[in-house]
Design a protein around this ligand. Structure first.
Ligand SMILES: NC(=O)c1ccc[n+]([C@@H]2O[C@H](COP(=O)([O-])OP(=O)(O)OC[C@H]3O[C@@H](n4cnc5c(N)ncnc54)[C@H](O)[C@@H]3O)[C@@H](O)[C@H]2O)c1
Length: 403
């Protein structure tokens, strides 16, 4: 999100899917271990044996959004932070009173014990670090993407299953009350037969780290991923993809780095075939001037629109920070605004939410299969651009997301 570029500068300036049974088994083992060490309830009222010890790797921009949320979560104890730039780990450790700071994942995994790795590193690093932590028996919350390809992601899920740990990844757009309102309107038949949908998300591009523009980065895994998750979540898993991608701005100026060459797409249009005659389109990029700025709440357009034979619907604002849902039908052709309350939903809640799930056995609405389906869409979109043809997809996920 754009607002984080400001956080980032300020920061620099200052300084498996495995079944529920596996989660329960992991939780019980955790409780037994904590009980043996005499851990008790703290002032949050949550029994300390239920708290999940968290290690955060990647202390850059987005950690400034995650750490406050994790610090407030009654199911979480953040025990360590890690960054290959040690000053960043030291700064976040000081800011959020995290006792242990490490300069490398090896030291972090060998250091003070924790159950959940929160991976907030460069997009290209997620897969490798997630694998290493799973091998060391840690549950994973990963910023997007969990892995760089469907095959690699599926291997991670198999490995997690073998190790008895869980893996989840951003984004969590399906957890918002606005997503639920849209899914329910579709399921109730309010829009008639669903025909098509479109969604867009862009800004003028991050300027604080070069990985966004390097191979394995790009506007699809950074921005389009939200809309792809929303539209597949609403219309169902995609069967095939046709896409065009391009690089509009071949060089960029990056903070403290200077000029870099852009390797990954900074402009993309992705068409999805969801089967049953439903088609959709996602538009994303790092060259989208937006007169409303990029602070989520300032955007009041319909950034997601769904059209059906008897009604249409628009999501007010961005799907990662939605403000409401407008629904118009044949019977009531004026837009009716619904779901204007966030009900506590924030886009950076994923790590805290999975900690709660590990502690209580609750299951989140977002799944790693859905995240990997979106990874497959993004790699297929690149293949479609390279080869000039439609690409069939192999993966799927449990749908509908909201029952
Ligand atoms: N910044 C945002 O607004 C935002 C919002 C949502 C999601 N995200 C996602 O969060 C992730 C991180 O983005 P960011 O903007 O915070 O980037 P960033 O460059 O500000 O931070 C990444 C940090 O990870 C560290 N790092 C890289 N490789 C590492 C390794 N092997 N071990 C330990 N530390 C390592 C870097 O030194 C850096 O401090 C990306 O996947 C991004 O798409 C960012």
């Amino acid at each position: 999100m754009w607002a984080q570029s400001i956080d980032r500068r300020q920061f620099i300036g200052q300084t498996a899917v495995v079944g529920a049974a596996v989660a329960v088994a992991g939780r019980d083992a955790l409780s037994a271990e904590r009980a043996a060490t005499g851990a008790a309830a703290d002032k949050s009222g949550i029994d300390a044996t239920k708290k999940i010890r968290v290690g955060v790797i990647g202390c850059g921009s987005v950690s400034g959004r995650y750490l406050p949320h994790l610090s407030e979560c009654p199911f979480v104890e953040v025990v360590s932070v890690c960054d290959i730039i040690p000053e960043r780990a030291a700064a976040r450790g000081k800011e959020f009173h995290v006792a242990n700071q490490y300069p490398h994942i090896d030291a972090m995994l060998a250091g003070t014990p924790f159950e959940l790795l929160v991976n907030l590193t460069d997009m290209q690093e997620h897969e490798r670090l997630n694998r290493q932590a799973i091998e060391a028996g840690r549950n994973i919350w990963s910023e997007k993407p969990i892995a760089n390809s469907l095959a690699a992601g599926q291997e991670l899920l198999q490995l997690a299953k073998a190790k008895g740990v869980r893996v989840w990844g951003a984004p969590v757009v399906v957890a918002s009350p606005q997503f639920a309102a849209m899914a329910k309107a579709i399921a109730a038949g309010e829009l008639g037969a669903i025909a098509s949908a479109k969604a867009d998300y862009g800004h003028t591009g991050p300027d604080w780290s070069e990985f966004f523009y390097k191979e394995g980065g790009g506007s699809m895994p950074d921005l389009g991923v939200y809309n792809l998750t929303t539209l597949t979540g609403l219309l169902g898993p995609a069967k095939s993809v046709t896409a065009m991608t391009s690089i509009v701005t071949p060089t960029r100026k990056i903070y403290e780095k200077g000029e870099i060459n852009v390797e990954a797409e900074d402009n993309a249009l992705v068409l999805l075939d969801h089967g049953d005659a439903k088609i959709s389109c996602v538009q994303c990029g790092f060259n989208f001037f937006n007169p409303h700025g990029h602070e989520g709440k300032a955007e009041s357009r319909h950034t997601v629109a769904i059209y059906g034979s008897r009604g249409s619907m628009g999501l007010v604002g961005y799907d990662w920070e939605p403000l409401g849902v407008d629904v118009a039908t044949e019977a009531r052709p004026e837009f009716e605004r619904r779901a204007t309350d966030a009900e506590g939903y924030v886009w950076q809640q994923g790590a805290s939410e999975v900690a709660e799930c590990l502690a209580t056995g609750k299951e989140p609405l977002f799944t790693p299969e859905h995240a990997l389906h979106v990874v497959e869409i993004m790699t297929a979109a690149r293949e479609s651009q390279r080869e000039g043809r439609r690409i069939e997809l192999a993966s799927t996920f449990k749908w509908p997301v909201v029952q």
